[in-house]
Design a protein around this ligand. Sequence first.
Ligand code: DC
Length: 219
Amino acid sequence: MTKNINIAIDGPAAAGKSTISKRIAERLQYIYIDTGAMYRAITLHVLNNGREALDHLDGLDIRFSNDTNRAIFLNGTDISEKIRSRDVTANVSEISSISAVREYLVKMQRVIADEKGVVMDGRDIGTTVLPEAELKVYMKASPEIRAKRRLKDENQRGIDVELSTLVQQIIRRDDLDMNRDISPLKKAADAILLDTSHMSIKEVEDKIVRMAEEILKGE
Ligand code: DC
C-alpha cells in the first residue's frame, strides 16, 4: 500500500454513517471527521448566544479530540453531549442551510482533509467538500429502519421517545436537507450507493474497507 486516500461518506440522518465511518477510520488508521457534529456545534453556539453569533464565526475554535472517542470541543469546552440535545437536533437543519455557516465549515473541512487519510461523513462531502475524494459512498435506508436504529440509541442514552415521533423527525430532516438551496443532500454521480436497510454494521464496514483497500492497492 502506498499513499493514503480520502473517503467521503454521505447519506440522510441516522443511516449509520458515523458509527461506520468511525470503525473504518480505526481499521485504516485514518482520521474520522463528523461534519454533522460541526454544524451541531454552531447550532448550539447560536442557541446559547443568539443569531448575532453568526456574524463572528471566524472567532470560533472547533476541534475534535485525537483519541477514538472523537469528542468535539467548542472554544475549549467539550460539547459532545450537548450537541445531541433535542433542541440542537430540531434547529440544526435550519442553521446548516445558512451560506455563511456552510462556507466557514467547508473551508475548515477541506483544510483537515488536505493531508489525506481522512474518513469524513456528512451530507455534501462527495458533492461539495471533497469532490476529488478517491472513494465516495452514499448510504441509504428507509425512514422506518433509521428511526428504529435511532430509537435504540436514544433508549441507551436513557431517553424515552416514541418511534412514530422519530420517523416524523427523520422525514422532516430529510426534506430540509435534500431541498435546501446550497449543497443539498444528494448522491454524487460517482458515489457507490449502499442500501444498508438489511445490512449489519459489520457488513457495511467490511464492504467499504474492501473498496478502500482495492483503491490503495491500485495506486
Ligand atoms: O449527521 P447529523 O445528523 O449529526 O447532522 C446534523 C445536521 O447537519 C443535518 O441535519 C444536516 C447538517 N449537515 C449538513 O448540512 N452538511 C453536512 N456535511 C453534515 C451535516
